[in-house]
Ligand binder design. Structure first.
Ligand SMILES: C[S@@+](CC[C@H](N)C(=O)[O-])C[C@H]1O[C@@H](n2cnc3c(N)ncnc32)[C@H](O)[C@@H]1O
Length: 280
């Protein structure tokens, strides 16, 4: 049987080995193969300083300066949310839909994880917005490092305001969705992520409530909308989307941990044409 204490100490060990490999600029297999090596004191001091910051709760990704997302390394810092594995499922859904050079919008791009990944995996051009200029600096640098700058355009502004005159085949958004009262406090690592990236207002849907009314003018009739949110709010979000895009087929999708995590809406032209509301 595995105890909580054992799991925690394993996680602490895993974090420590990641930090030591980072400081020594080696990979973790090197540490195993060179267990008797004696690093210079300067590096030992740096390692202990990073361990102390980790102990305070600072996310390991901020200390390493990178996080892996969909098989690529993304620069991250305190201005962006650390991209989460559950968002990789949203990428899979988008890729399954994308067929040729479609136009994609990523609302609240943060590190650019979604925008850069879709640009790298498909032939799309991605517009990406964020309210935070500092987050957009990170996103632009990630696009440059991943060689997708030509396919990504980043805009600073509120939600879709900078691109409101455009139309898209795919709109994805992973907006802040933690209810204000549930936003964790230190030493929880989430408390060190930008409040702008985590706090979703009283019920966690404040940003989506403002985004949804903009969708009918933004999404093509046969397009795809993918919204990530917290499992307890997902059905409310799905109902809101049904009311906003009545001709779209709406479903709730589970993430790879089997938690309700996305609302998916896709428009089918034929469904629209046979709707009883046609011509209303
Ligand atoms: C949960 S993070 C998601 C970041 C990234 N898309 C990801 O999946 O890793 C939400 C992002 O939305 C941005 N954001 C918050 N309010 C916004 C607003 N009113 N307009 C545009 N972006 C906003 C935050 O700055 C943050 O980068």
């Amino acid at each position: 049987m595995t105890t909580v204490a054992a799991l925690l100490s394993e996680s602490a060990h895993a974090d420590a080995s990641l930090l030591l490999a980072h400081v020594l600029q080696r990979d973790r297999s090197w540490l195993v193969a060179h267990a008797d090596a004696e690093p210079p004191q300067e590096e030992v001091t740096r390692f202990y300083a990073l361990c102390e910051r980790r102990r305070e709760g600072i996310p390991i990704a901020y200390l390493l300066g990178t996080a892996e997302f969909y098989g690529r390394q993304f620069l991250v810092n305190e201005h962006v949310l650390v991209p989460r594995p559950e968002t990789e499922h949203l990428i899979d859904e988008a890729i399954a839909f994308i067929d040729g050079p479609m136009r994609v919008l990523d609302v609240g791009t943060g590190s650019g994880a979604i925008a850069c990944t879709l640009a790298a995996e498909t032939a799309v051009v991605v517009d990406a917005t964020d309210a935070s200029p500092a987050a957009l600096d990170v996103a632009r640098e990630n696009a440059r490092r991943l060689n997708v700058s030509a396919a990504c355009r980043f805009y600073q502004g509120d939600l879709v305001e900078p691109v409101r005159k455009n139309r898209y085949d795919v709109v994805v958004a992973n907006l802040p969705y933690i209810p204000t009262t549930d936003v964790p406090k230190p030493p929880d690592p989430v408390s060190f992520e930008p409040r702008l990236a985590t706090d979703g207002g009283p019920e966690g849907l404040a940003l989506y409530r403002r985004l949804l009314p903009t969708l009918p003018d933004l999404i093509n009739e046969s397009g795809l909308v993918l919204l990530e949110a917290a499992p307890p709010t997902i059905n409310a979000l799905a109902d809101m989307l049904r009311a906003t895009l009545p001709y779209f087929t709406i479903s709730v999708v589970k993430d790879y941990s089997a938690l309700d995590r996305y609302v998916k809406a896709y428009g089918v032209e034929s469904e629209r044409l046979t709707s009883p509301l046609r011509g209303v």
